[in-house]
Design a protein around this ligand. Sequence first.
Ligand code: PLP
Length: 394
Amino acid sequence: MLTPNRHYAELKDSYLFARIAEKTKAYLAEHPGQRLLRMGIGDVSQPLCPAVIGALHAAVEDQAVKERFQGYLPECGAPFLREAVARHYAARGVALSPEEVFVSSGASDELGHILDLFDPSSPALIPEPAYPAYVDATVLAGRRIVHLPTGRDGGFLPSPAAAQEGDLIYLCSPNNPTGAVLNRQQLKAWVDWANARGAVILFDAAYEAFIRDEAIPHSIFEIEGARQCAIEICSLSKTAGFTGTRLGYTVIPRELQRSGMDLNAMWVRNRTTKSNGVSYILQRGGEAVFTPEGQKQVRETLAIYQGNAAVMASTLDRLGIWYTGGRNAPYIWMECPKGFTSWDFFDILLHKVQVVGTPGEGFGACGEGYFRFSAFGSPEDTREAMARLEELLK
Ligand code: PLP
């Protein structure tokens, strides 16, 4: 008899967002007509920029004209987009060949699929608090997880000094949920650790566009030695508002070899087997993000979210509450006041000031006592939510 993948039974219920939804629904049922200020969402609120919309329309027209119609595209991505991404990296001083760039349908898809490259016997090291998909995708792949808790003392940043084992390491900077960023020296320490062990870093750069400090690397490939040990997973979701449109890219350098096997070549084989690529229309939309006009427009949108993050940071500064994030990330990770647990604080904010955030405990046990706010809401809601928070806690 067929045996299903038994690892599904090992998944913990994804209770975080379900429990938030349940609690807010119950509150609204008791208080009909109340307006909640939702500061927990990880989805963007601003539309795609005009350069992208124009390119999407033009690509639809291409599909209507025999001479310009596109059928199947290369599975690993259209050359025009792979080249545009490579040029974008070159402008930051990172040399990539277009063949090292793989177009994807987004980072989530890729974080799950990429595990195909590695033998299930290799354990994964997951710094926590973590984006929940790392844990779940690893469990489904039947891989052992080594949890690496982080805390306030280290600014919620993982350090290889605390890492005992792990063949695959998930690093996320700027981090979801903590908003913390790894600087050059910290990233270099991980690259050296991975190279010394023959491990591979899965570097999740979904929030790189939010980095403002010049000294913070946007790509792990800004670090010497990373081409021998890292895969970078990127997304246009938060950079350019593609959460519902779906587009991302993954960088696998040619130097990334393990046990005589070439991971770039293996990924070409994987994609050509398991995918027929991403829609022509979306890839044209993605290409527009990397034009000068597209870059200018996406930065205008990012500035709205950065403004929200600055409002949240200054509120917490005035309240004297400890936090990470905000400056180089769209998330703020604050310590719950007065020793409240993260769910207690959630309930207090919901019931007293009608503000919804995300309890830190949902991102791993070491997130207990902390709380995440997101900067993706509207500026009006953000200002109002922070004014209510300040009134409550001052
Ligand atoms: N990685 C991190 C850290 C995220 O927070 C998210 C989405 O919230 C993703 C990846 C998924 O991005 P995508 O929309 O490209 O699937």
